[in-house]
Design a protein around this ligand. Structure first.
Ligand code: PLP
Length: 379
């Protein structure tokens, strides 16, 4: 027998109510019954995205929604500004290039957030930039970018602001309309507490003009098709019925908590995790712009980072994430997004301490648990 704990930045654990909603017999999607669900979900999505614009649902993981943003907004030969400061910022460039779009890149040092001055400078220097692609929570480094400030920079420019909030949505604040974010993309398996399989995208009226003008090839991801169906309370192809029913449950749970409480809870989990790492003498990878969704920690000298993550998972059933690409073996990441409670954090910390001790790293046993509990007690 083994009990499993999942503290990764996607997928995240499923609340039992959501698992049970998915166990119900399937219904047909072209029915008044399902249309009722879609209606509720559409309102719930607007609420969680903090927008009055339509939020379209795509049957894909989050990357499908990213690709939908690129394909629908721009055409081959267009120029876009891309903020790269980790694996997911880089993904924007890769998708853009595959559509013949020229990415003008801001290479942010991994572990740092982007400087708005830099964005302003690039926009002034190149008036051909039609869109700025950035990331709310750069999951690979545990950094949040200041989307409100970027929105303010773009406000009086013709460029549209596109934000990957795949891991950020439902974990940290994004005031889409108020901050002037034109397009937000997200996915189901992170802050929304669902299995993977749904992508989301909302589009402002300013960005919709680009959707109509884009010459990029698109069929399944054509947002014009999505809008036509949406206006009839439908989806253009077979809906991901089960996942959408589960989404409805998730949104109801989130509504009963309220966004403010949700963000505060994430902050508490993050504060506790960060305090715990300091108590172990470990260094945060992103000390200046740390996200409340996921904490990246430098692997201490003499410890095999990959083995640490593997032992926690395979021997003790506690799954955290390792580093990606250039951070492989150099960091581990504890995610505290979605359905994560104090007890999950305490369990993960105790397991981390056990394995670090076995690997020869020296600290006061119990120090991280104590530090986390002190944060929780102050709430
Ligand atoms: C997880 C994640 C993605 C990728 O989403 P998939 O669902 O794996 O396609 C993209 N961007 C960010 C910031 C993420 O955290």
């Amino acid at each position: 027998m083994r009990k499993e704990y999942l503290l990764t930045p996607g997928p995240t654990p499923l609340p039992p109510q959501i698992s049970l909603a998915m166990a119900r017999p399937i219904i047909h999607h072209r029915t008044p019954q399902f249309q009722e669900v879609l209606k509720e979900v559409s309102l719930g999505l607007k609420w969680v995205f903090q927008t009055n614009n339509d939020v379209f649902i795509i049957s894909s993981s989050g990357t499908g929604a990213m690709e939908a943003a690129v394909a629908n907004l721009l055409s081959s030969g267009d120029t876009a500004l891309v903020v790269q400061g980790g694996k997911f910022g880089e993904r924007w460039s890769e998708i853009a290039k595959s559509y013949g779009i020229i990415p003008e890149v801001i290479d942010v040092e991994w572990g740092k957030s982007v400087s708005c001055e830099e964005i302003k400078k690039k926009l002034l220097a190149n008036p051909k930039i039609k869109a700025v692609f950035t990331t709310l929570c750069e999951t690979s480094t545990g950094v949040d970018n200041d989307i409100a400030a970027i929105g303010a920079v773009l406000k009086d420019t013709p460029a549209v602001l596109v934000v990957d909030a795949i891991s950020g949505l439902g974990a940290v604040d994004i005031k889409t309309d108020i901050w002037g974010v034109d397009v937000v993309v997200s996915g189901s398996q992170k802050g929304l507490m669902l299995p993977p399989g749904l992508g989301f995208i909302c589009v402002s009226p300013k960005a919709w003009k680009l959707v109509e003008a884009s010459k990029s090839p698109r069929y399944y991801l054509d947002l014009r098709k999505a809008k036509k169906a949406f206006d009839k309370n439908d989806t253009p192809f077979t809906s991901s019925i089960t996942l959408i029913i589960a989404l409805n449950e998730a949104l109801k749970m989130m509504k009963s908590d309220g966004l403010e409480y949700i963000f505060k809870r994430h902050k508490t989990m993050a504060d506790a995790t960060r305090a715990a790492m300091k108590a172990l003498g470990l260094e945060l990878f992103a000390p200046t712009a740390a996200s409340d969704g996921v904490t990246a920690v430098k692997v201490p000298q003499g410890v095999d980072g990959e083995k640490l993550v593997k032992t926690m998972r395979d021997t003790y059933g506690v799954t955290i994430a390792g580093g990606q690409d250039e951070l492989k073996g150099k960091v581990f990441r504890i995610a505290h997004m979605g359905f994560i409670a104090e007890s999950d954090i305490i369990t993960a910390l105790a397991c981390l301490e056990k394995v670090l001790t076995q690997m020869g790293y020296k600290f006061d046993l119990g120090a991280s648990v104590k530090a986390a509990e002190s944060v929780f007690l102050k709430q």
